[in-house]
Design a protein around this ligand. Structure first.
Ligand code: IPM
Ligand code: MN
Length: 358
């Protein structure tokens, strides 16, 4: 029996709805295997600004620091997106959380699911079998450099220390060793000094992982290659902003942004969240796809070294995909609700078999 405390930050928009289904699935895991998960739900994002004026209240940060892992829904609200002058923004909460918890590596797996090939706008033969793992540096670069206004302009500084590159690079190489043993560094070394430092560091470290083949791509070319020939990629390693952009782009391969999970890890803590945003248009409609958050919960189980449990959750998700128990963006003719998809997957986890919702 395993006892773990999980801080839950449902956030904004569809965040609470998808978190609820992931918790349902984690509770199914504890019922099946006899683990004890304690959930500690806290405010973050626009909802926290509304309640306290701060997107990351101290109570929330404390709860995260005291948890064994963190599950996050999504944050963001259009009222801030359309107001560039807003001083306090929901995203600041997420960025401060990543920084305060030292979550320097964001890991985003992208898989082309056979049963969903038709849903990708890309040609099936190009994406069938694609399977990549994106390592995005998460606490440095242009996101965290000095930023501000001048009299007639604005600036965002992109800075990286060697150590910031070294630690995420080791994690990416180690992951490549457990996979197809290829690592692609995506950068803009023909223009940016920080990118030249990334290349230097990766070249320095690569001899320690001599079983891993390394190649280098400029980010503009990489953006094209991800769509043109995604099967060439195994592990992609890249800096913060390039990783943000390339991972949304790569999600087209999976057929829906609503399928992609992520883990953000540091030396101690780890946070798990879907890569999609708060999808405000869908809030409260029970149509959001909970699978990205459920697969994030599976990554959380792997972090607890509960591989059997994580595999069962993934099997249950695969079963939902096979049986087309899916939300409207993936099943327009006979769509299921967010709650039905979550329950279908949770039921499979408890029983090892299915019961179709009606
Ligand atoms: C992501 C998001 C965030 C990011 C935003 C909400 C700050 O797009 O997790 O990819 O840019 O990192
Ligand atoms: Mn993003």
């Amino acid at each position: 029996i395993l006892k773990k405390r999980i801080a839950v930050l449902p956030g904004d928009g569809i965040g609470p709805e998808v978190c609820k289904e992931a918790i349902k699935v984690l509770e199914a895991v504890s019922e099946r295997f006899g683990h004890q998960f304690e959930f500690d739900t806290q405010l973050m994002g626009a909802c926290a600004i509304d309640a306290t004026g701060d997107p990351l209240p101290e109570k929330t940060l404390d709860a995260c620091l005291n948890a064994d892992a963190i599950l996050l829904g999504a944050i963001g609200d259009p009222k801030y997106d359309n107001n560039p002058a807003a001083k306090v923004r929901p995203e600041q909460g997420l960025l401060r959380l990543r920084k305060s918890l030292g979550l320097y590596a964001n890991i985003r797996p992208v898989t082309a699911y056979d049963v969903l090939l038709e849903h990708s706008p890309l040609k099936n033969n190009r994406i069938k079998g694609a399977d990549m793992l994106i390592f995005r540096e998460l606490t440095g670069g242009i996101y965290f450099g000095d930023k501000g206004r001048t009299e007639n302009g604005a600036y965002d500084h992109c800075t990286y220390s060697k150590e910031e590159i070294v630690r995420v690079t080791h994690l990416a190489f180690q992951a490549a060793q457990t996979r197809r043993k290829k690592l692609t560094l995506v950068d803009k070394a023909n223009v940016l000094e920080t990118s030249r430092l990334w290349r230097e560091v990766v070249q320095e470290i690569s001899p320690e992982y001599s079983d891993v083949a390394v190649d280098y791509l400029f980010v503009d070319n990489a953006a094209m290659q991800v769509i043109l020939n995604p099967k060439q990629f195994d592990v992609i390693l890249t800096e913060n902003m390039f990783g943000d952009i390339i991972s949304d782009e790569a999600s087209v391969i999976a057929g829906s942004l609503g399928l992609l999970p992520s883990a953000s890890v540091g030396d101690k803590l780890a946070l798990f969240e879907p890569i999609h945003g708060s999808f405000p248009q869908a809030k409260g409609k029970n149509i959001a796809n909970p699978i990205a958050t459920i697969l994030s919960a599976a990554m959380l189980l792997e972090h607890f070294e509960l591989q059997k449990e994580a595999d069962l959750v993934k099997e249950a998700v695969q079963n939902a995909l096979d049986k087309k128990v899916l939300t409207p963006e993936l099943n327009s003719t006979s769509a299921y609700t967010t709650e039905q998809v979550g329950s279908f997957i949770a039921y499979y986890v408890v029983e090892g078999s299915e019961s179709l919702p009606h």
